[in-house]
Design a protein around this ligand. Structure first.
Ligand code: GLN
Length: 497
């Protein structure tokens, strides 16, 4: 039995039933990552010793009869989440050598649930990017076609699950960074409602948008992981107090009667026709199972990307002021004054995209410009939220493509930040509104610029009302019972080195 592509739920069941030990599972995935990852660049750090020690503890807990929901499940963590004793870089040189003395709350909860942390996953520097190419430590490649990007910023988190290097991973999503790479790598990813999952230990990019969430092989695996990591945390005051429902049982419900909103503005200019076909077929599958399509209108859609990039850069410029060479990470040597030390540390530590965003954000927050840019963007953000909520009053969830196209080539958009930012056209609205959203695989399509090229994954996005994760998982799991896109694997060439 090939463990590499089993679901987290299945691995956990087998370990609990003592058909395989957590140590065996962990060895299998560590070996696989050691063999395959040189070509993919998913992991920034593997922790064989720590993982095997944790796995041994899980086996001991099993022997005592403890019932752990993620028993022995091999997990990768986006390297923007703090891990006790394990170097955490946020994909940036400025954090070189930073070893957190604590685990992020979501990481700690995964460990307590029996999850085994294999290591830390690559990402765009400080989660700023849509391709993984902004990592200071080299790009991650898409397992479906290594000449293409896996999406970003949770590039390693999506590619590692797609390539069978871990069963489950944590990503973070500020404007699409869980959903967009999940879509481009053919896996499932869920961004929870803002505040559903604690941000304690998540290195901040844009605090009013950042959320951690799972990337996995199925809606059921997302449900189990979310059930573990969600819920109030005294260490994060923005964390919501509502009790955590049983997401796994939501997955069993029928889609019959679900009203699915289809926003006409999401099916217009810029959407690749092959992607649109897959998304419309997915809608037809759900409707054949008893769901009902409802036409909805989101006229503010053209303003979401600009609103997002104003708010996200403004918050980033403020959050990233803490990297001054004094408290953690890199410090440039040989400066004559404190100011020079700050300047040289920041110049050496931050990559081009991070510097661009600090500049943009600082500009938008300057006195005299604040009203024209940041305040304005905050007002538009509220209108976008109102518009989505009134659409969601007419339906149970909103359906759209996750991205306008399939995975693009490495290097194709690095010189053109605006083209890169437009990859986020369908994902930023849920982020601005704080709403939960999931991306699941719904087809394969060739790239628009190469009709004879490789078939690549297409993602279906579902957006729900506040705390509506259960309805998203219900629809996603129903779709996955009716189709097999989520169990497709990247071409066999990737499986054997
Ligand atoms: N691609 C978007 C950006 O570059 C979203 C990033 C994210 O969600 N972290 O900001």
């Amino acid at each position: 039995m090939d463990l590499a592509f089993l679901s987290a739920v299945e691995i956990s069941r087998q370990v609990r039933a003592r058909q395989v030990s957590a140590v065996e599972v962990t060895r299998h995935f560590l070996d696989r990552a050691a063999r395959l990852d040189a070509r993919l660049g998913c992991f920034l750090l593997l922790d064989p010793e720590g993982a095997l020690a944790q796995a041994a503890e899980v086996d001991a807990a099993c022997a005592r009869g403890e019932d752990l929901p993620l028993c022995g499940v091999p997990i990768g963590i986006k390297d923007i989440l703090c891990t006790r004793g394990l170097t955490t870089t946020a994909g940036s040189r400025i954090l070189a050598g930073f070893v957190p003395p604590y685990d992020a709350t979501c990481v700690e909860r995964l460990r307590r649930a029996g999850g085994v942390v294999l290591g830390k996953l690559n990402l765009d520097e400080f989660a700023m990017g849509s391709s993984g190419e902004n990592s200071a430590f080299g790009p991650t490649r898409n397992p479906w076609d290594p000449s293409r990007v896996p999406g970003g910023s949770s590039s390693g988190s999506a590619a590692a699950v797609s390539a069978g290097l871990c069963a489950l991973s944590l990503g973070t999503d500020t404007g699409g960074s869980i959903r967009q790479p999940a879509a481009l790598c053919g896996v499932s990813g869920l961004k929870p409602t803002y505040g559903r999952v604690s941000r304690h230990g998540l290195i901040a990019f844009a605090s009013s948008l950042d959320q951690a969430g799972p990337i996995a092989r199925s809606a059921e695996d997302l449900a189990v992981c979310l059930g573990v990591i969600a819920g109030p945390d005294p260490l994060d005051s923005t964390c919501l107090p509502e009790p955590v429902p049983d997401y796994l049982s939501a997955c069993a419900a029928s889609p019959a009667g679900l009203r699915i909103g289809v926003p006409r503005q999401y099916f217009s200019e810029g959407l690749e026709p092959a992607v649109e076909r897959c998304v419309r077929q997915a809608l037809a599958v759900l409707c054949a199972a008893g769901a009902v399509a409802v036409d909805v209108s989101l006229p503010l859609t053209p303003h979401t990307v600009s609103t997002y990039y104003l708010i996200a850069t403004a918050e980033a410029s403020s959050n990233l002021a803490r990297y001054d060479g004094v408290r953690y990470g890199l410090r440039a040597a040989g400066s004559a004054s404190l100011t020079e030390m700050y300047e040289r540390t920041r110049a050496a530590g931050f990559g081009a995209e991070v510097r661009r965003r600090i500049l943009l954000g600082t500009y938008a927050l300057r006195s005299g410009y604040y009203d024209a840019y940041y305040r304005r963007a905050s007002q538009v953000r509220r209108l976008i939220r109102d518009e989505l909520l009134s659409a969601l009053a007419r339906c149970d969830l909103i359906l759209s493509p996750t991205t306008p196209g399939v995975a693009f080539r490495l290097g194709e958009r690095t010189e053109d930040p605006l083209a890169m930012y437009l990859s986020d056209i369908y994902t930023t609205s849920a982020s601005l509104a704080g709403l939960p959203a999931v991306s699941i695989p719904c087809g394969l399509a060739p790239p628009a610029d190469d009709p004879d090229g490789p078939l690549l994954p297409v993602g279906l996005q579902l957006i729900g009302p506040p705390l509506g994760e259960s309805v998203l998982l219900r629809a996603a799991a129903a779709f996955q019972r009716l189709t097999d896109w989520h169990v497709r694997r990247p071409p066999a060439a990737m499986e054997i080195p």
